[in-house]
Design a protein around this ligand. Structure first.
Ligand SMILES: *Cc1c(COP(=O)(O)O)cnc(C)c1O
Length: 461
């Protein structure tokens, strides 16, 4: 399978190239040249596969330039340490289901994609005799998942910037307790915005970017999306009925994978897109208003995103794969901070997505309700999805549909919110023992030059 950019359909790339490049040279995002269809017969034959076996089948379709045996090796390695034998178990709660995606090393769904990407990168770099230095900024979750995906790997060093004393204790420990030599946690004396600005400025230094082969780790890498499609198809195989998924959304990465699964199979009816107060995608679907506002900090911080970078891929399909329309839209966004969509496009998007939104009080109410009624604790992000799902179910009688809400993080990642909301919360052992581990972090001033100097000293070339 070949890949093209959302901003230029002319040039084709292989899966390996797309993985190593991340972003297309024209600034667009890579998409598969055609969407592979999985027919009912094939779906039937996949029903008995284990998670990792299914992952090999699906990822091999997208990674046609890598031998299937190699994919199997990478997949097995990636999910070996997951703490549930089915990797992505489905739990019945009342008249709906929860897809639990928190059994990886950092307890969020990001591990499902990043563990795979880390091992894939290691393989591709070794094969090409290349080295990379990964540089990124995190406000909490992505950094730890990225660190755990490449720790101890050959030919890779990772530098993660975060605002000193401004992320949760657990989030910091999940990063700084990693002892591997190739991991550098940089606590910047500043805010998350400062960290992002510094990373941006480092990437603008062409000379440094090239000599250190600097790479970003972000959710736009196609290999991440490919790995995420797996758990949606896996869930579809567990049900005879058609499904509606509810997905807590920030950068539009997770729900985009669901959208691909929807295009590939006939099993997914629609997708509920749940946001928190940072509701640009909700406003787009309800009022056609796709305008960027200031990000508001919430109790579901991984969804505090205003520009959903993966949305560009959806725009490509919304406009029937018209790359010039995508270019126009992204130019308008860069210039004016908004994209205007014609009425028909919004109507079309509403056929794919059902808008949902949960503000802090609603998230807390939902955590409380699910705990009191079912003795099951959900995290604040998951609660946004469950709230949107329950609202939809209460208004629509669809007894022939299986409803699945995606749990994107383990509640233990947010013990303060859970405790405030339902009273006591017993932190699991694996989180508790984080507190006893040795930590390693480097505190640097809020200054791009200082961070550059640090990377020059520790980076691999
Ligand atoms: C990253 C994240 C999200 C948002 O996912 P996107 O792919 O960015 O839409 C939701 N919940 C949790 C816990 C996350 O870490």
């Amino acid at each position: 399978m070949q890949y093209i950019s959302t901003r230029n359909k002319e040039k084709a790339y292989s899966f390996s190239e797309v993985t190593l490049l991340g972003l297309a040279p024209d600034g667009g995002l890579f998409v598969p040249e055609e969407i592979p269809a999985i027919d009912d017969l094939e779906m039937e034959s996949w029903k008995k596969l284990k998670y990792t076996e299914l992952a090999v089948e699906i990822i091999s379709i997208f990674a046609s330039d890598i031998e299937k045996e190699k994919i199997k090796e990478i997949v097995d390695k990636s999910y070996k340490s997951f703490k549930n034998s089915s990797v992505a178990p489905i739990r019945k709660v009342d008249n709906f289901h929860i897809l639990e995606l928190f059994y990886g090393p950092t307890l969020s769904f990001k591990d499902y994609a990043l563990q795979f990407l880390g091992n894939l990168l290691e393989f591709l770099l070794e094969e090409r005799k290349l080295k990379v230095n990964i540089v990124g900024a995190t406000s909490g979750d992505t950094g730890s998942a990225a660190i755990h995906s490449v720790k101890g790997k050959k030919n890779i060093a990772i530098f993660i910037l975060y605002p000193n004393n401004r992320i949760s204790r657990i989030q910091e420990l999940q990063m700084t307790s990693v002892e591997d030599e190739n991991v550098y946690c940089i606590a910047v004396d500043g805010t998350f915005d400062d960290c992002q600005r510094i990373v941006k400025e480092i990437f603008m230094d062409k000379e440094m970017k090239e000599s250190y082969n600097l790479t970003a780790v972000n959710s736009i890498n196609w290999a991440r999306i490919a790995a995420q499609i797996v758990y949606y198809v896996y869930t579809c195989l567990k049900f005879d009925q058609n499904l509606i998924f509810s997905v807590p959304t920030g950068n539009f990465g997770n729900i985009l994978a669901a959208y691909y699964a929807k295009m590939m199979t006939s099993k997914i009816e629609r997708l509920i897109l749940a946001t928190n107060e940072n509701d640009i995608l909700y406003r787009f679907l309800t009022e056609g208003d796709y305008s960027v506002k200031k990000a508001i900090p919430t109790i579901s911080p991984a969804m505090d995103i205003q520009i959903a970078s993966n949305f560009e891929r959806y725009i490509f399909y919304l406009y029937e794969r018209d790359d010039s329309k995508v270019r126009e839209s992204m130019e308008e966004l860069a210039k004016t901070g908004k994209i205007s969509f014609p009425h028909w496009a919004i109507e079309k998007a509403r056929k794919d997505f059902i808008p949902g939104k949960a503000v802090e009080s609603e998230i807390r109410e939902t955590i409380k309700k699910i705990y009191e009624e079912h003795g099951y604790i959900i995290d604040p992000h998951t609660a946004a999805g469950v709230k949107a799902l329950l609202e939809y179910m209460s208004k629509n009688d669809k007894s022939d549909i299986a409803f699945v809400s995606v749990a994107t993080a383990h509640p233990a990642k947010f013990p303060e919110v859970i405790e405030e909301t339902i009273g006591k919360f017993e932190v699991p052992e694996e989180i508790k023992c984080l507190r006893k581990k040795d930590t390693r972090k480097f505190i640097l001033p809020n200054n791009t030059e200082a961070v550059k100097e640090f990377i020059r000293k520790h980076g691999i070339i």
